[in-house]
Design a protein around this ligand. Sequence first.
Ligand SMILES: [Zn+2]
Length: 345
Amino acid sequence: MLPVLYTEAHRQHEPGFFFVAGRFQPAQERIDRAEQLRDAAVAAGCTLASATDHGLAPVAAVHTPDYLCFLEEAHSRWSDIANAAPEVVPNVFAVPGLQHGYPQRVVGQAGYHMQDLASPIGPGTWAAARASANLAADAAHRVVQGAPAAYAICRPPGHHAYKERGGGVCYLNNAAIAAEVLRADARRVAIIDIDVHHGNGTQGIFYERSDVYFVSLHRDPLNYHPYFCGYAQERGAGAGLGYNLNLPLPADTGDDTYLLALEQACRRIRAFSPDALVISLGLDAHENDPFQGLRITTDGFGRIGRRLGQLGLPTVMVQEGGYDCTHIGANLVRFLQGFTAPRTG
Ligand SMILES: [Zn+2]
């Protein structure tokens, strides 16, 4: 039986808005997403499991002390500012490569550590992000201890978060945290990111490493978030050159074209010979998702899950995006059913 890790702690993170097209819109990354995923997993026969608290060590293996300190304290420091809004939102931004100091004030630190206006930090964000990361760490520990696979319902998601920079509704990189836990026992780890958005944070964390192979299938960033990363020519750097694979896809990509790209990804993963796999399991490539990136059907998620299951690797599945609460549960169930289906080649 596939362990499904869930915690109510995510409810402490309730972003008040999502900034898009120059306007503050209602948040898409909502509490009911995780509840729909939980209910669907239970209805499909999965048993929910609670996570052991692994402390901050797995998180600190990925993120910098300055960033973790900022996330923990930002909201209470922000609340001391006269007339401050209820959530931390930057009004200046550091330009990577053109900054020459680390500011002391929380306003400056918010601009240093956050990439956008879409990821507000509320009073419960740190607790929820920490609990979300702990689910990923616990799922990885279970796989290290012999479980064939485990699935963590991580909310908030994580794949847009860098070592010291959050954004894209992500704060701590749950997939990277899971990969580092697996690395304690595995010589090589592959991460495949099937969220409709490029996993820019995960790519950035492992870009110069050859022990973690990162592959992402996503909507072409030429005209889609995150815009500045996710292009095919990004292949890694230094020791990591050749260990990063981006497969950008056009907007009209449906199941059959996607499965062809997935086949290419799976061949490259096999050639890497990993000992374990992390799946950044975004479900927002669905045809009805409000972000309208790709046109994957519910049946398509079953086929994607089946192909990834055929890799036959110890696997940690980490929830990323997916915002269509009408279909997200069915998409998850089909993916998990495909993943655990008998492996007939
Ligand atoms: Zn996404």
